[in-house]
Design a protein around this ligand. Structure first.
Ligand SMILES: Nc1ncnc2c1ncn2[C@@H]1O[C@H](COP(=O)(O)OP(=O)(O)OP(=O)(O)O)[C@@H](O)[C@H]1O
Length: 263
């Protein structure tokens, strides 16, 4: 049972009975969870558990067959990623999606242009309004790069960044939309321990600014140290939810990870 204090915490993002099928595969089977404002919430589970599918539905990349998602108490539009970004949810993807030939700064600006009033063409042509808007965008992009520790690499081509830095650049791209909730899909994938520790400090800094963080992650060392609460999915069902120390010792979780030789 939640304590009185815990019950008082308002959910920011809710999934309520979310179901998704692919032919005969039930990727999500009436999954419900609530991410509270200001927390770092981890979504874990063995391969194929349904984590990415849930992430995709919460961020409008896929639509649910049944169930509802709410953000700040309002139903989330289904299958409309741009509207969802406008509501204050930003996300990264499991596979890095950068423009390798563009500079680090331009990669962040590319994320901003879609939201600028003047649009990319006016900015390139250089109309007055577009110029001042472009100046603001540049400033915002540099702030985001500073926040992730990449300001000194602004002119470097993205493809020359280390893997860990590319992942941090992806986070910078999301920060320019000043999200209220940041959803990170396997942010530590492919990172070494030093990079992962830096990532953990970065995510804690972002949360320190009041941003709620939801992440999918396979790196248990990171998840257990970083997250306030964790939900565990297995075969499309939510099998456990709680603080890291509660989840770690839950027999259903141990079975999900170790049963059947899965990792
Ligand atoms: N586009 C699709 N078409 C058919 N089946 C799919 C599709 N996307 C996901 N699935 C299936 O749905 C289930 C959940 O997949 P999902 O990718 O959400 O799991 P996951 O927990 O993110 O796994 P991983 O940790 O390996 O990324 C799996 O059985 C998967 O094969």
């Amino acid at each position: 049972m939640p304590t009185a204090n815990e019950a008082d915490l308002t959910p920011l993002l809710e999934a309520d009975g979310v179901t998704r099928r692919f032919g005969g595969v039930v990727a999500l089977d009436a999954v419900s969870l609530a991410v509270r404002e200001g927390e770092i919430f981890g979504l874990i589970g063995p391969n194929g558990a349904g984590k990415t599918t849930l992430f995709d539905i919460l961020t409008g990349v896929q639509t649910a067959d049944a169930g509802l998602c709410r953000f700040a108490g309002q139903p989330l539009p289904s299958g409309k990623p741009h509207e969802i970004v406008a509501r204050g949810i930003a996300r990264t993807f499991q596979n890095i999606r950068l423009f390798g030939e563009l500079s680090v700064l331009d990669n962040v600006l590319a994320g901003l242009h879609s939201r600028m009033r003047s649009g990319l063409l006016a900015t390139l042509v250089g109309t007055g309004g577009a110029r001042s808007e472009a100046g603001e965008a540049q400033e915002k992009a540099m702030q985001a790069l500073d926040e992730v520790g990449l300001a000194d690499r602004a002119d470097t081509q993205a493809r020359h960044l280390s893997y860990g830095d590319q992942r941090r650049l992806e986070i910078a791209r999301t920060l320019v939309s000043t999200p209220r909730l940041l959803a990170l899909d396997e942010p530590a994938a492919g990172m070494n321990r030093v990079e992962t520790d830096a990532l953990r400090a970065l995510i804690e800094r972002i949360r320190g600014r009041g941003v709620t963080v939801l992440l999918i992650e396979h790196d248990m060392h990171l998840v257990m140290r970083l997250c306030d609460r964790i939900a565990v999915l297995d075969s499309g069902r939510s099998i456990a939810l709680g603080r890291p120390d509660e989840v770690r010792h839950d027999p259903r979780v141990v079975e999900a990870y170790l049963g059947g030789g899965r990792t």
